[in-house]
Each structure stands twice: as structure tokens, then as C-alpha cells.
Design a protein around this ligand. Structure first.
Ligand code: 5GP
Ligand code: MG
Length: 182
């Protein structure tokens, strides 16, 4: 796995610092009214980010789950976003924070935000760790953003290639030799 890494784009130390800052911002915005929040990580890519972020949030919280597939198998570009499953519970009157790993074409957020909004929540906000430097990505509203990166294919910290590399602690690019289906 280590030999497949081309370069580290965002180190685990920078990620940890930024996750802490995002958590401070989220807490400042949610400590009023009910002081409660429902986190909805988009599976599978957002699991690592969500696991780190939620432990920095001292708010009363629930978790809902959504599974979206956009890069099935060995894809390097979005194949269109599909909602595969949802386990959201009752969101009526709740403050929802949707969490995703990366904003690329924006297709995922455009698919999912209306699904959440249709469930009569008190609010829906979005938190994305990484946004690619693309015009289409910048057009999509995000409430909390971790990093902006060049338009490159990345893995690690939850992000995969063919469902591998999610456990790498840093966000990295892969060598060409690793980007061939095996
Ligand atoms: P969008 O729907 O905005 O095009 O893309 C969002 C989803 O596509 C992300 O949640 C992620 O699953 C996948 N994705 C987009 N860019 C990348 C990338 O560079 N690497 C990986 N591993 N997945 C990506
Ligand atoms: Mg995803």
C-alpha cells in the first residue's frame, strides 16, 4: 500500500488541526436553541472524517446514515450519484449536519440535500472536508469546508480507489501503476 503513494497532499497533522477548527465553528453555530444536532455522514467515504469530527463536538447528537455511490469500482470520475440506502430516522424539527468527504462535481450534494430537506428538519447544513478546484464544485453551497485542492484524484482518510486505501491516515495521490484495476 505504501509503495502505491505518489505524494502526500494533506498530512494527518494538517487534517487533525483543521477538523478541530471546523468543530469549533460548528459548536459555536449550534450551541444556541436546542443545542442538539443530527450528523449524517455520506457513506462510505465520510466515515473517517465523521468519526474524528464527532468526537470533537460536545453537543448532544444523533447519527443518521446515507449511502451514495458515485465512483463505483475502479472509477476516477463520477458516474453520476445514486442513493443506495438511507437510515435517517425522524428528522422533523432537527438540526441536520450533512458530512461528506469531497466535493467534486457537486452531484452528490445536489442529490442528497433535497432528500433531507423534504423530511421537515429545522435546518440542513453541509460540511465537506475537501473541495476540488473546479468551477462546478465552487457553485455548490457548503457551510463548513476543510480544504481546497487541485483537481486531482486522491485517496486516504476514508477516500478510496476500488474500495481500497480508505485506511491511509493522510490524503494522498496514487502512482499511475496503482490506478489499474487488479
Ligand atoms: P461529486 O458528487 O461532488 O462529484 O463527488 C462526490 C463523491 O465522489 C465523493 O463523496 C467521493 O465519494 C467521490 N469522489 C470525488 N472525487 C474523488 C477523488 O478524488 N477521490 C476519491 N477517492 N473519491 C472521489
Ligand atoms: Mg462519497
Amino acid at each position: 500500500m505504501q509503495q502505491d503513494i505518489e505524494r502526500i497532499l494533506i498530512s494527518r497533522e494538517r487534517i487533525a488541526l483543521r477538523v478541530h477548527e471546523l468543530a469549533e465553528q460548528i459548536m459555536a453555530d449550534h450551541s444556541g436553541s436546542t443545542g442538539e444536532i443530527t450528523l449524517v455522514p455520506i457513506l462510505t467515504g465520510a466515515i473517517v472524517f465523521c468519526a474524528d469530527l464527532m468526537r470533537q463536538l460536545s453537543l448532544r447528537m444523533r447519527i443518521g446514515l446515507l449511502t451514495v455511490s458515485s465512483y463505483p469500482g475502479a472509477s476516477l470520475r463520477t458516474q453520476g450519484s445514486n442513493l443506495l440506502s438511507q437510515q435517517l430516522g425522524d428528522l422533523r424539527g432537527r438540526h441536520v449536519l450533512l458530512i461528506d468527504d469531497i466535493l467534486d462535481s457537486g452531484g452528490t450534494l445536489k442529490l442528497v440535500v433535497p432528500v433531507l430537506q423534504s423530511m421537515a428538519p429545522a435546518s440542513v447544513k453541509t460540511c465537506v472536508l475537501v473541495r476540488k478546484d473546479r468551477a462546478v464544485a465552487r457553485e455548490v453551497h457548503v457551510d463548513y469546508l476543510g480544504f481546497e485542492i487541485p483537481d486531482e484524484f486522491i485517496v486516504g482518510y476514508g477516500l478510496d480507489y476500488d474500495n481500497y486505501y480508505r485506511n491511509l491516515p493522510d490524503i494522498v495521490t496514487l502512482r499511475k501503476s496503482a490506478l489499474e484495476p487488479r
